[in-house]
Design a protein around this ligand. Structure first.
Ligand SMILES: [Zn+2]
Length: 416
C-alpha cells in the first residue's frame, strides 16, 4: 500500500501551509477560476487538519463541533449544541421550510493504536504522495469538513434557497451510540422537526471515490449464550452433556447451509461465533457452563424477533440446554430508489465520472437511527480500505471532490 519513498515525502499540513504548490498539482476544479479554487481547496484541507488535530477519541468531541458550529453560524445556520451524558451532538439548520436536506456524521474517532506504528503522529494531518494520513482521515473527518464547506458554499451561492439545509453531528458513533444520533432523532421527532433526506458521510467507497453508495445496511443481532453442563471428570461417563460438544452441534447446524438466500437488495444473513469460554482450569475436568457470543448480520427477510425465534427453535430441536440473551445493535434498513438516490448517483457521476453502485454491504452506521423515521438515507464518503487501521488515509483530491458531490446533492434536491 505504501511506497518506499513515503518517508521522504512526508510533510505536515499544519500549522504551516506550504502545500499550496503540492495542492496545485493535484487540484482539478474546472468550474472556478484557478486561484479561487486553490484558496477554497486549501481552506477545506486546513479544516480537515484542524479537526484531526483535535484528539476526539470516542466519545470525546475535543472541540470539533464548536469549530463546525462557528463556521455554520457565519453562514446563518442556527446551531444547537445538544449534550446527553458525555456525548456532544450538534444540530445546525438553515431555513424553516421543507424539504429539509441533512448531512450527518460523527466527530469521534477510534483510538489510534500504538503511535509508534504510524509513519507520522496519528493526530497531525500529514500529506504525502497525494494522501492525507491521520486517525479519522477517512472515518470521517474529511467528510465532516467537506459537508461543512459544502453547506457554507451552498448558503453563499444560493442565499435565498428554498427548503432547508442542515448538519447533524455526534461524538458517539464509534462507541455505544446510545446518547448520540439516536437521542437527537428522538428530540427532533418530539419537536416535529424531522427531515426528508439524509446524506451520511461514512466512508462508503471501495476503490474509487463514489464507486459505492450505501442505501441500506444489514441488521446486527448478537446472542450471549450460556450452555449448561456439569463439572465432570473427563475419564468417567458424564451425567450431563459436555457443553462444548453441544456448541459444536449448534455451530455445525448454523453453518451447514446459508441462514437464508438473501433478497434483491441484501446478501444472505451471516452467522459468526465471536467468543467462547469453557475452562475448568485443569486438563482432566470438563467445565460446567460454556459462555459464548455469536453475531448475526441479517437482511430484511427477518426482524430481530423472527430471527431470534428461529435460532431458539433450532437450539431446542438440537436438544441444547441453554440460556440466551439477545442484543440488537440495529435493525436492517433500506432506502428505495427515489429522489435522493437519483441525486446522489447524478452528483457522483457529474463530479467524478464514476457510476456508483448502490449497495447494502458493510457494518452498521448511524443511518440505522435515522431510517426508521421514514427518512431517505444514503451514505457517501471516502474509500474505506484503511479505516480503523494504522496509517488511515484519504486521497487529498477526494476531499475536494467530496465537497463538490455534497454541494451538488444539495442543489439537485433543493433547487431542481
Ligand atoms: Zn464512521
Amino acid at each position: 500500500m505504501l511506497r518506499t519513498d513515503y518517508g521522504n515525502l512526508v510533510r505536515r499540513v499544519l500549522p504551516d501551509a506550504k502545500i499550496t504548490d503540492f495542492w496545485s498539482r493535484i487540484q482539478h476544479v474546472e468550474q472556478m477560476p484557478r486561484r479561487l479554487a486553490d484558496a477554497a481547496a486549501m481552506e477545506l484541507l486546513e479544516l480537515t487538519g484542524e479537526l484531526i488535530r483535535r484528539r476526539s477519541v470516542t466519545p470525546d468531541d475535543a472541540g470539533c463541533q464548536e469549530l463546525i458550529a462557528a463556521l455554520l453560524a457565519e453562514s446563518r445556520f442556527s446551531t444547537e449544541a445538544l449534550r446527553f451524558g458525555d456525548v456532544r451532538n450538534l444540530w445546525a439548520r438553515r431555513g424553516d421550510a421543507a424539504p429539509v436536506v441533512v448531512f450527518a456524521g460523527h466527530t469521534d474517532v477510534v483510538p489510534s493504536g500504538p503511535p509508534g506504528e504510524w509513519l507520522s503522529d496519528p493526530f497531525t494531518a500529514t500529506v504525502a504522495d497525494g494522501r492525507l494520513v491521520a486517525r479519522g482521515a477517512a472515518d470521517m473527518k474529511a467528510s465532516v469538513a467537506a459537508m461543512t464547506k459544502a453547506c457554507q458554499r451552498f448558503a453563499a451561492t444560493h442565499p435565498e434557497h428554498p427548503g432547508s439545509i442542515a448538519v447533524l453531528l455526534t461524538s458517539d458513533e464509534e462507541g455505544p451510540a446510545v446518547d448520540g444520533t439516536a437521542r437527537v432523532m428522538e428530540l427532533l421527532d418530539r419537536r416535529g422537526e424531522l427531515f426528508d433526506y439524509c446524506v451520511v458521510g461514512e466512508p462508503s467507497s471501495s476503490e474509487r471515490l463514489g464507486d459505492t453508495v450505501r442505501i441500506g445496511r444489514r441488521g446486527s443481532l448478537s446472542g450471549l449464550m450460556t450452555i449448561k453442563g456439569e463439572l465432570s471428570h473427563v475419564a468417567y461417563p458424564l451425567r450431563s452433556e459436555n457443553p462444548i460438544h453441544a456448541l459444536a452441534r449448534f455451530v455445525k447446524a448454523m453453518t451447514a447451509e446459508p441462514v437464508d438466500a438473501g433478497n434483491a437488495h441484501f446478501p444472505p444473513t451471516t452467522f459468526q461465533v465471536v467468543n467462547v469460554s469453557c475452562d475448568a482450569g485443569a486438563p482432566n475436568v470438563v467445565g460446567a457452563d460454556l459462555n459464548c457470543r455469536f453475531n448475526l448480520r441479517y437482511n430484511t427477510e427477518w426482524t430481530r424477533d423472527t430471527l431470534a425465534r428461529h435460532i431458539e427453535s433450532m437450539l431446542d430441536a438440537l436438544g441444547v440446554n441453554y440460556e440466551l440473551q439477545w442484543r440488537v445493535a440495529g435493525e436492517p434498513f433500506l432506502t428505495a430508489a427515489g429522489r435522493l438516490t437519483d441525486a446522489v448517483v447524478r452528483a457522483v457521476r457529474e463530479e467524478t465520472g464514476v457510476d456508483a453502485e448502490l449497495s447494502t454491504g458493510g457494518g452498521t452506521s448511524d443511518g440505522r437511527y435515522i431510517a426508521p423515521y421514514g427518512i431517505e438515507v444514503v451514505e457517501i464518503g471516502p474509500v474505506n480500505a484503511t479505516i480503523h487501521k494504522v496509517n488511515e488515509e484519504v486521497l487529498v483530491a477526494d476531499i475536494a471532490a467530496l465537497e463538490r458531490i455534497y454541494f451538488r446533492i444539495a442543489e439537485l434536491l433543493l433547487l431542481e
